[in-house]
Design a binder for this molecule. Structure first.
Ligand code: BES
Ligand code: ZN
Length: 460
């Protein structure tokens, strides 16, 4: 395709910004909260809307696959024989909006303020996945064809670590066969600083339930005679990490990969102000495993964190009891080459060993996802670099990400392909928390970058 044609595609994108935004609003208004059964209908509606969206832009094959959980939407355009095939992944499910009282505008009513679009799902991930849909539309409407073969795979269980997508991938390897995957569900290092993600952390998430007496007991009548499950759980949690933040589970660090000299210098070259970061987060001091900088803590070191803890009386005033049980939800973020299964087993063993006498613990397992490392020298990465550089008129940076997108490693293992992680969010966009937002400039430039990427891939 010649430059003049590409100019037309980019002009189409610029001329249709308002309509693209209006269409995104319709998608955002559906409260597709995957974790809550009361939103099951909304999940179906949201998937259906995406099906219609793909049909409207002119995708010849569009399918809605029901699963025992939430549906998967699949669309393909494969009319460029001899050209590469790119698999574009996104998720239409969102995190619950609570706490509602902290939102400045209704969570599912898209609201624009100073060039930012506030709404649950605006950045994570509806706004970002929509970028690629609109880039595809620009080609289809301007020319009636895409520069390369494209497959869209949009799921509804990302935020709950669902297993049905994994199953779908395993069962549809042929259908999903491609040369590279493209995912926009990550961050740019800073506003208007185009970023490609070089690694993602993996995750293990578990729940520990500590059981004590048959029911809550009077803490005076029985205190001292029985083990308190809340104290016991606190004891166990305290033994998981030392004061410097190092995880104490035996074998935890065995397979942790150290950063290469190149990776270290890439991190060091990023424009980062530690004090500003500290203030932004509202903490007294930053904290982390000694011997590493803040960016390394997030990008390349594994962690263990309590995500939630519950036991006994937490209402107003005082109530004197020894609680019958105590629960904690614990996550570990993993880095290459830690194995989630091994870490899970080691953690479970360690928790049982450290448990004080007189109580019993069960460990329930939620999601497990593998970490991912992206090759920086692949054709797709090089093409993405050029596309981003052109769209944002700035040099691209490469960054290890602390978050997890487990499907990316599945693409690697099941389909044999690497993924370009071309995210358009920024870290202050309140993902998973009140007042989630998405930068409109990033939305529009993202569409151009996506179009340039598809066009660039056609050259290979
Ligand atoms: N988009 C995020 C992951 C992310 C955020 C990657 C920022 C890079 C930068 C994704 O939707 C997410 O939240 N993933 C979960 C995965 C988990 C539920 C298995 C996460 O990281 O907690
Ligand atoms: Zn998320």
């Amino acid at each position: 395709m010649n430059d003049a044609f590409m100019d037309q595609v980019l002009s189409f994108i610029r001329a249709n910004r308002q309509r693209f935004l209006d269409e995104l609003f319709t998608l955002l208004r559906i409260p597709s909260v995957s974790t809550k059964s009361e939103h099951q209908e909304d999940m179906q509606r949201c998937a259906q809307l995406l099906v219609e969206e793909f049909q409207n832009i002119g995708m010849p094959v569009v399918e809605l696959h029901q699963t025992p959980g939430h549906p998967i939407v699949y669309g393909e355009w494969l009319q460029a024989p001899g050209k590469p095939t790119v698999l574009i992944y996104g998720h239409y499910d969102v995190q619950p909006p609570e706490p509602l009282e902290e939102w400045h505008s209704p969570p599912f009513e898209p609201t624009i303020k100073n060039d930012e679009l506030f709404c649950r799902g605006s950045a994570d991930n509806k706004g970002q996945l929509f970028i690629h849909v609109k880039a595809a539309e620009a080609f289809l409407k301007q020319r009636g064809r895409l520069p390369i073969n494209v497959k869209f795979l949009i799921e509804g269980e990302e935020e709950v670590g669902g297993e049905h997508l994994e199953q779908f991938i395993v069962e549809n390897k042929q259908k999903l066969q491609c040369d590279a995957a493209l995912v926009s569900d990550s961050h740019m290092f800073a506003k208007n600083l185009p970023t490609l993600v070089s690694s993602l952390r993996g995750i293990v998430y578990l729940q520990v339930d500590v059981q004590g007496p048959r029911q809550d007991l009077h803490s005076g009548c029985f205190g001292g005679a029985v083990q308190n499950p809340a104290n016991a759980l606190a004891t166990v949690i305290a033994k998981l990490k030392d004061d410097s933040g190092r995880v104490l589970i035996p074998g935890f660090y065995d397979n942790v990969r150290e950063l290469s000299a190149t990776e270290k210098s890439m991190l060091a070259s990023l424009p980062f102000d530690e004090e500003e970061y500290r203030k932004e987060l509202g903490v007294k001091a930053l904290f982390g495993e000694s011997g590493f900088g803040v960016l390394t803590h997030v990008a390349a070191r594994p962690t263990l964190d309590v995500n939630g803890i519950l036991s006994g009386y937490t209402g107003e005033g005082a109530k004197t009891i020894i609680p019958a049980k105590a629960t904690a939800k614990i996550s570990m973020r993993l880095v290459p080459h830690q194995d989630p299964e091994e870490i899970m087993a080691a953690t479970e063993r360690f928790i049982q060993q450290q448990l004080p006498p007189g109580v019993a613990a069960t460990v329930r397992r939620f999601h497990a996802g593998k970490p991912y490392m992206a090759p920086l020298d692949s054709v797709a990465m090089q093409t993405a670099t050029k596309a981003l550089r052109q769209a944002f008129a700035k040099e691209v940076v490469y960054l290890g990400e602390g978050g997890s997108i487990p499907v990316v490693q599945s693409f690697k293992e099941q389909l044999g392909v690497d993924t370009v992680l071309m995210g358009f969010g920024v870290p202050d966009e309140n993902l998973h928390s009140p007042n989630e937002k998405f930068n409109l400039g990033h939305f529009y430039k993202g569409i151009e970058a996506s179009a340039l990427f598809l066009e660039g891939m056609a050259q290979h």
